[in-house]
Design a protein around this ligand. Structure first.
Ligand code: ADP
Length: 352
C-alpha cells in the first residue's frame, strides 16, 4: 500500500517530486472522487463541528438575507487547507435553499471562463471560487462590477473597433476561499461583505468529527483510539478523516475487522511510518537536518537545498505543525530547533 499519497499541488510547489504524505492537508484525488467521503460533508450548522463564532456570525447573516429575500453578501473564507471552506460553501447554499456552483481559480484562465460561469448563474445562486488568490488580473477586474453591481462590462473587438457592452447578471453570492489572505488584492477583498477566518480545530472537535465519520462508514472505534487519532491530525478535519480511512484499510486487510482499538491505531500508523506525535518521515528528516546544524540558525533555502525539497513546500506544509507542537522556532536569522525538538530527536535517533 502506498503510504504517502498524491497530496501536493504541483502548481504551488513546482520543485517537489511526487512524494506524497498522509499528514498533508491538501486534497488528494481519492478525496475528490470518493462518494462516501463527500457524503461525510456536514450539510447543516448542527452537523458542522466547531467554529462556533464563525457559525453564529454566518447564521445571523443568512437569516437576515432570508428575511430580506436577498442573496447572502459575498463571503470570503480563509484558513489552511482541509478546515472546511468548501463544506461551508455547500452548507450556506443548503441553508439558503439554493445551488452552489464550484470553480477553482487556476482553472479560470481566460475572461470567457469567468463570463461563462457568471452567465450560467440563476438568481440567488452561489458561485464558489476556491484558491481565489490565484485569479488572474483580467478575471479579477471582470469580477469587480459583477460583485458590486451584478453587471458585466465587456470590451468587444480591439483597437478602434472596440466597443463596450454591459450585461446584467442575476443577483448572486460569490464565496471565495483562500489559504493566503494577504495575496488577495485589496479591491477584491473590499468587495466581500463578509470575511471569516476558519481556525484549526481542537482535539475534542476532531474527535467528534472522527466519531461521526466512523459511524457513517460502520467502524467501531473506541474512545481512546479516536482521541489518539485526533491528537495527531494537525487540527485539520481532512487529515483526521484520511488517517481514519487508512487505519480502516489496515484493520480490514491485516486484522479483518471493523473494530478499531488503540493498539490497532498505533500499529497502523507505525506501518505508515507516522509516530505517536503524528510526525512522518519528512518531518523527521527536517528535524534531523536542523540538529546536524548544531543549533546554529539556518535559512529556509539552505534547508530546502539540503533536503532536496522546495522551500515553499517546507514553509507551508512542514513547518507550521512543527512550530505548533513547539519543536521549531522561526527567528530572523533562520530556523532553530527548540529544546523539545532536540529531545524528540535524541530519543528517536535510532529510527532516523
Ligand atoms: P477546505 O475546502 O477548507 O480545503 P473541506 O471543506 O474540503 O476543506 O473539508 C475537508 C474535509 O473535512 C471534508 O471531508 C469535510 O467533510 C470535513 N470537514 C471539514 N470541516 C468539518 C467540520 N467542521 N465538521 C465536520 N467535518 C468537517
Amino acid at each position: 500500500m502506498a503510504i504517502i499519497s498524491s497530496n501536493i499541488d504541483d502548481n504551488e510547489f513546482p520543485l517537489r517530486k511526487k512524494e506524497l504524505r498522509l499528514v498533508d492537508s491538501k486534497i488528494i484525488p481519492e478525496e475528490k472522487r470518493n462518494h462516501k467521503i463527500n457524503l461525510a460533508r456536514p450539510v447543516t450548522f448542527r452537523e458542522f463541528i466547531g467554529q462556533e463564532q464563525l457559525k453564529s456570525s454566518l447564521r445571523i447573516a443568512i437569516d437576515a438575507s432570508i428575511y430580506r429575500k436577498e442573496p447572502l453578501e459575498h463571503t470570503l473564507l480563509y484558513g489552511q487547507p482541509g478546515l472546511g471552506k468548501t463544506t461551508l460553501a455547500f452548507l450556506i447554499a443548503h441553508e439558503m435553499k439554493t445551488k452552489c456552483r464550484i470553480a477553482t481559480a487556476p482553472a479560470i484562465e481566460r475572461p470567457r471562463d469567468i463570463v461563462g460561469l457568471l452567465l450560467g448563474l440563476k438568481e440567488g445562486e452561489i458561485l464558489f471560487i476556491d484558491e481565489i488568490h490565484r485569479l488572474n488580473r483580467l478575471t479579477e477586474e471582470l469580477l469587480y462590477s459583477a460583485m458590486e453591481d451584478f453587471r458585466l462590462d465587456l470590451t468587444m473587438g480591439a483597437n478602434r473597433g472596440a466597443r463596450c457592452r454591459t450585461i446584467n447578471l442575476p443577483r448572486f453570492t460569490l464565496i471565495g476561499a483562500t489559504t493566503k489572505l494577504a495575496s488577495i488584492s485589496s479591491p477584491l477583498r473590499d468587495r466581500f461583505g463578509i470575511s471569516q477566518k476558519i481556525e484549526f480545530y481542537n482535539n475534542d472537535e476532531l474527535k467528534q468529527i472522527i466519531l461521526n465519520f466512523a459511524r457513517l462508514i460502520n467502524l467501531n472505534l473506541d474512545d481512546e483510539a479516536s482521541h489518539n487519532l485526533s491528537r495527531i491530525s494537525r487540527g485539520t478535519p481532512r487529515i483526521a478523516l484520511r488517517l481514519l480511512r487508512r487505519v480502516r484499510d489496515y484493520a480490514q486487510v491485516v486484522t479483518k475487522t471493523n473494530v478499531i482499538s488503540t493498539n490497532l491505531v498505533r500499529e497502523a500508523l507505525n506501518s505508515f511510518q507516522i509516530d505517536e506525535k503524528g510526525l512522518d518521515s519528512l518531518d523527521r528528516q527536517y528535524l534531523s537536518f536542523l540538529k546536524q546544524n548544531n543549533n546554529i540558525p539556518i535559512g529556509l533555502d539552505s534547508i530546502a537545498a539540503g533536503l532536496g525539497d522546495d522551500s515553499s513546500m517546507l514553509e507551508f506544509v512542514v513547518e507550521p505543525y512543527l512550530m505548533r507542537i513547539g519543536f521549531l522556532m522561526r527567528t530572523p536569522r533562520g530556523r532553530l530547533l527548540t529544546d523539545l525538538g532536540k529531545n524528540y530527536i535524541d530519543s528517536n535517533n535510532d529510527n532516523f
